[in-house]
Design a protein. Structure first.
Length: 361
């Protein structure tokens, strides 16, 4: 059996949850061939997957939204990128279909959530499962007339699937498919380097993980200096333009290359970042309070913020509060209005996929 994930190239969150499910599939069915197909850089995928036996295919299946930074979107650039993608997709689909046929295995296509996954599945006459908390139809439709044909095409593609694995913090996804709802989709934790472990143990100040996704967000050193009684952890790729001056701060540590932020998150008392699916899943699963900067222009953000208020201890910040350092780290967290979500979404997805394959093949 060959499981082929068409993973969105929009940010790192799709690949992170897809990798978490692939890891669980590897545990349940080590004899299956597992493939991650994504346009993200290979080192990023390698770090997320953590397993050389899961094959990588370098393919850009979608655009999503072009973003200037972690909090802003560029609609004009997105439309140009969609036109360019449309021109290249037929050749990509044909090449991947030929490669998959050469493997001489029954194939299941999983889309998270490129519409082109439907065309690939049709080309192979293979079954198709969607896994997501939104579709690009949900994102594009509120953006005006220029996006309507893209929203319509995405909705038509999504109706071609056999099953929807519905992730938390979800939009409508009214595609008329059988579906199964999942809990929080998180990767298994890995040990951190001994020297970093000792460094974190030596900190008396509360630890705060700062995370603004793969694109990052430039934050001035002056903002961190406003909070001398907190110690901040930043991913190595974050704030590259300010890295030298930030590294000199006594209350800030850059995480080493090759370390996933999720693996230190449980050591932190707070998380400071943007609305993001994987960040929310990871923080909620580990019981870490979240200080989240609200964003506009991206429909998923409202569903994420609703889920934050319902299921996690939190504080909500405006962009102005972020930019002026009013991060509220000295304030008590607000309690959620509902119970916590299950943290077993990756296992649930893997079990659902195994059960579906067994019933169909």
């Amino acid at each position: 059996m060959l499981i082929y994930f068409c993973s969105s190239s929009h940010g790192f969150g799709h690949a992170a949850r897809d990798a978490a499910v692939l890891q669980q599939l590897r545990r349940l069915r080590p004899e299956w061939i597992l493939v991650m197909s994504s346009g993200l850089p290979s080192p990023v995928l390698k770090l997320l997957l953590g397993d050389a036996a899961i094959e990588q295919r370098s393919c850009q299946w979608d655009v999503g939204m072009v973003q200037a930074d972690a909090l802003g979107v560029d609609c004009a650039a997105t439309l140009r990128a969609l036109d360019q993608l449309e021109q290249g997709l037929p050749a990509l689909i044909e090449a991947e279909a030929l490669w998959l046929a050469s493997q001489r295995q029954p194939v299941l296509i999983i889309g998270d959530i490129p519409p082109a996954a439907a065309t690939l599945a049709q080309r192979l006459d293979a079954p198709l499962v969607w896994m997501s908390n939104f579709g690009w139809d949900d994102i594009y439709r509120p953006l005006g007339s220029a996006f309507q044909r893209w929203a319509d095409a995405a909705a038509e593609a999504y109706r071609c699937g056999d099953l929807l694995l519905r992730c938390p913090f979800d939009l409508a996804m009214n595609w008329g498919l059988p579906e199964q709802r999942l809990g929080l989709v998180c990767a298994s934790l890995r040990p951190i380097p001994v020297d970093l472990d000792a460094c974190l143990d030596a900190q008396d100040a509360p630890l705060v993980l700062v995370g603004f996704g793969g694109l990052g967000l430039s934050l001035s050193r002056d903002l961190f200096q406003l909070w001398p009684n907190h110690h901040f952890l930043l991913p190595a790729s974050a704030d590259a333009s300010h890295a030298p001056e930030l590294a000199a701060l006594p209350n800030l540590t850059f995480l080493p290359d090759g370390l996933r932020p999720v693996d230190v998150l449980g050591r932190c008392s707070r998380f400071l970042g943007k609305p993001g699916f994987s960040s929310f899943c990871e923080a909620m699963a580990q019981g870490v309070g979240m200080h989240v900067v609200e964003r506009s222009g991206f429909a998923e953000a409202s569903a994420l913020m609703d889920g934050l208020r319902r299921h996690a201890q939190h504080r909500c910040l405006s962009r102005q509060e972020l930019d002026t350092g009013e991060w509220q780290l000295d304030q008590p967290l607000l309690a959620p209005s509902e119970a916590p979500l299950s943290a077993s979404g990756a296992q649930e997805a893997a079990l659902a996929l195994v059960g579906w394959v067994v019933s169909q093949f």
